[in-house]
Design a protein around this ligand. Structure first.
Ligand code: MAN
Length: 352
């Protein structure tokens, strides 16, 4: 499988060693999956920072937040028969799932979209309350009527759902609690109302019947969401056979709304593809790519904290150029250029 992207020669743009951990005793394990936006003539990333303590021999340790905002470290012996640590990202201990790292979101900005730095005066966003004790992750940013909408994965022992906060200045935030309850993630709000309504893509997971499919929902106010419909499913035997999930806000084109999405197969290889929705009724999918448009091939994509992953939840569109920022191997922040026309030319109108 080939892909059609032009990776930035400077990749990876950011590695865990490039930022300071949020507290003494913690290390940054992964820097990944940035949301992207323009603000004050700069390109900004709201990057997921995943941390844990330096690992001691024969012990797995990771932080969790308390409901009142403190941090607690949990330690489990690796040879404990009640521990299942076969996945680097999530473990099961005594029948309960935990994440191996705790994530918060940090703001970085750049004049050229390549070199990013942490500006002063912008506080990191951290998990708050009982629905975010395992952290917040993978933030998408949508700008509508001068308000930035932040949709991110909110994780706790209660489940994985979508949290919503809004801001106008990136210093003061309003929390709207959990926008979509568990199990749900990968929520991307459209950056324009359609027929007077807000729209968003999201990815609930159905345990018994159904699967990890992309759904669409609408809202009169951007806070309360309904009219959910399932629009994109996994495809058996294909690169997106196991799970699919939306990337950043869909892009308005003269052919319809273009969404870049990730798909994973049974081997947990994460690639990117695209689909197109009707301009006036985005619940109608009119075309989809058959093959992926991006496949993990660079070394920083194939090996890392969780290898064989390219995952995007942020981009900047400028004419025909889409600059996709993405998480590589769940460990690095990278970027690549797509041609909008080229993606549109690969859409298959009969293969939805
Ligand atoms: C999956 C992975 C992890 C993530 C958890 C919770 O296991 O995407 O990176 O931390 O889900 O969202």
């Amino acid at each position: 499988m080939n892909d059609i992207v032009k990776r930035f020669p400077a990749n990876p743009l950011l590695s865990p060693k490039d930022l300071k951990a949020s507290a003494e005793g913690l290390e940054i394990t992964c820097l990944l999956n940035p949301g992207v936006f323009r603000f004050q003539n700069k390109t900004w990333l709201i990057v997921r920072v995943a941390e844990r303590p330096a690992q001691k021999e024969n012990i797995i340790s990771f932080p969790v937040l308390t409901e009142t905002g403190g941090t607690q470290i949990i330690e489990i012996k690796k040879d404990d028969p009640e521990l299942d640590a076969s996945d680097a990202r999530v473990i099961n201990y005594k029948g309960v799932d935990y994440l191996t790292t705790l994530s918060h979101l940090r703001l970085l900005c750049s004049d050229d979209g390549v070199q990013f730095y942490e500006p002063e005066g912008y506080t990191p966003l951290v998990g708050e309350g009982m629905l975010q004790t395992f952290g917040i992750e993978d933030c998408r940013v949508a700008l509508l009527e001068n308000i930035y909408y932040l949709t991110f994965t909110a994780v706790s022992g209660n489940g994985v759902g979508v949290g919503l906060r809004t801001t106008v200045n990136w210093k003061d935030f309003t929390s709207h609690g959990m926008m979509l309850p568990p199990h749900n993630k990968d929520c991307a709000i459209f950056e324009e109302k359609i027929n007077g309504l807000f729209y968003a893509l999201h990815r609930p997971s159905s345990v018994d019947i159904g699967g990890n499919y992309i759904w669409i929902t609408s809202s009169p106010d951007g806070v309360h969401w309904g009219n959910h419909q399932c629009i994109i499913k996994t495809r058996e035997g294909a690169w997106d056979s196991k799970r699919v999930g939306a990337g950043a806000a869909p892009i308005k084109t003269d052919k319809g709304w273009l969404a870049i999405y990730h798909g994973a197969n049974e081997k947990h290889q994460y690639c990117l593809g695209a689909f197109l929705m009707d301009t006036n009724d985005p619940s109608k999918v009119i075309a989809r790519t058959e093959e992926p448009v991006m496949v993990p091939t660079a070394t920083y994509e194939t090996s890392g904290f969780f290898g064989n992953v390219v995952f995007t939840n942020g981009h900047i569109v400028d004419g025909d150029t889409i600059t996709v920022y993405y998480g590589a191997a769940d460990e690095f922040v990278c970027a690549a250029h797509f041609s909008l026309k080229e993606i549109l030319s690969l859409l298959k109108f009969n293969h939805v």
